[in-house]
Write a protein that binds this ligand. Structure first.
Ligand SMILES: Nc1ncnc2c1ncn2[C@@H]1O[C@H](COP(=O)(O)OP(=O)(O)OP(=O)(O)O)[C@@H](O)[C@H]1O
Ligand SMILES: [Mg+2]
Length: 355
């Protein structure tokens, strides 16, 4: 139990703004895809990240492992700061801001660590198993390439043995090694993606909707496999999904994202049974309930309208344009990230009305 408490991955005020062509030809606009996101993941555990399409889940995962260079924030991996934009306040062990002699918050130094030592340790399983495998490479070459990049096999025999072992570990076999991605089903391709990530002995894997493109019948198999692999290798996951029902079982904690920000975070059971943000409530009431009595007794929140543009997010609370509880305060002031219970956080001005 104690070992689980050690934090492997921590992000603080992570920001990722993309420049895109603006309405005005000469001025670029900024897509605030990830805006001030903070969380930490203990070693060997899983943080689930959920939210509607376009809310910034993939961008969070990719920025966290620095596939995208962050616009701002701090990323700490296994106690080492691998990125710091220099404007994020430091906190002490109790989470209180560190102050200087004049009572001003002290920020961390700017850091852009060389990622080479971390590339092997931090892996990603991509969202789209159709696009993420090179169609001109055999499955063996795809898994072997990862082994070569990180020089993890001393001889061709060791390399081959490692490739086969990885394929077998994800439910494929040695005959598959000489075949091409198009010869496989979606589920099998995702297994190849997992084998590729696993082949380099990672510690941390961003699982970006690894099952959303798959048939329902094989989703559970892949989830179970990921759980088994986690236990066997002590892996730490950031597990991204649209749907709360998918992450609920595999995640210890769940973060809910809306338009580039976290709106709520807590243990899986807190989020599933005692969520307090209206957006999380709407996500939960969208999950079909098999029990008709329970289903009728549940208050449903159905959201109207589309997600606003992350180029021009609403003032104050970003969710207010779709929130049934929104009022003047919500338009004026961004809600604070408050602890509502044991490690359960929520950003909403009207918690007492919602719960
Ligand atoms: N490379 C990029 N350049 C510009 N904008 C981008 C880029 N990548 C993502 N975005 C924008 O950032 C926002 C967040 O995108 P992201 O892919 O992270 O969302 P997501 O939550 O993963 O969505 P989905 O569930 O559909 O995968 C979107 O508005 C998207 O259009
Ligand atoms: Mg995505």
């Amino acid at each position: 139990m104690m070992a689980e408490q050690k934090i492997l991955v921590e992000v603080k005020n992570l920001r990722q703004y993309f420049e895109v062509p603006g309405k005005d030809f000469f001025r670029k606009a900024k897509v605030k895809a990830v805006d001030d996101v903070s969380f930490s993941i203990p070693k060997g555990s899983t943080l689930g990240l959920v939210g509607e399409s376009g809310c910034g889940k993939t961008t969070t995962g990719r920025t966290l492992i620095r596939l995208y260079e962050p616009t701002g924030g701090r990323i700490v991996y296994d106690g080492e700061t691998i990125f710091d934009s220099g404007d994020v306040p430091l906190t002490d062990a109790d989470g209180k801001p560190v102050l200087d002699a004049h009572g001003k918050p002290v920020c961390g130094k700017k850091v852009k660590a060389n990622m080479l030592p971390y590339r092997r340790k931090m892996q990603i399983v991509f969202q789209d198993p159709y696009a993420s495998l090179d169609p001109r490479m055999t499955i063996g070459e795809i898994v072997g390439e990862a082994i070569d990049i990180h020089k993890l096999a001393a001889t061709p025999a060791e390399r081959r043995e490692k490739i086969i072992r990885m394929l077998e570990r994800v439910g494929l076999n040695s005959e598959h090694a000489n075949r091409y991605p198009h010869e496989f089903s979606g589920g099998q391709r995702q297994r190849v993606g997992i084998a590729r990530a696993l082949a380099v002995d990672p510690e941390f894997i961003v699982c970006d909707e690894p099952i959303s493109a798959l048939d329902v019948s094989i989703q559970a198999q892949v989830i179970n496999m990921l759980e088994d692999l986690q236990n066997e290798f002590g892996l730490t996951y950031l597990f991204i999904a649209h749907d709360l029902s998918v992450v609920k079982h595999i995640s210890k904690r769940i973060g809910v994202m809306y338009l580039g920000k976290l709106v709520e975070m807590g243990t899986s059971s807190e989020i599933a049974f005692h969520c307090c943000h209206p957006y999380t409530k709407s996500l939960i009431s969208a999950i079909p309930v098999a029990d008709p009595v329970l289903s009728r007794s549940m208050k449903r929140i159905v959201l109207e309208g589309d997600i606003p543009s992350p180029v021009n997010p609403p003032s104050g609370c970003r969710f207010r344009t779709r929130c049934p509880y929104a009022d003047k305060l919500c338009a004026e002031k961004e809600p604070e990230w408050k602890e509502v219970g044991n490690g359960h956080f929520c950003a909403c001005h009207h918690l007492e009305k919602v719960t």
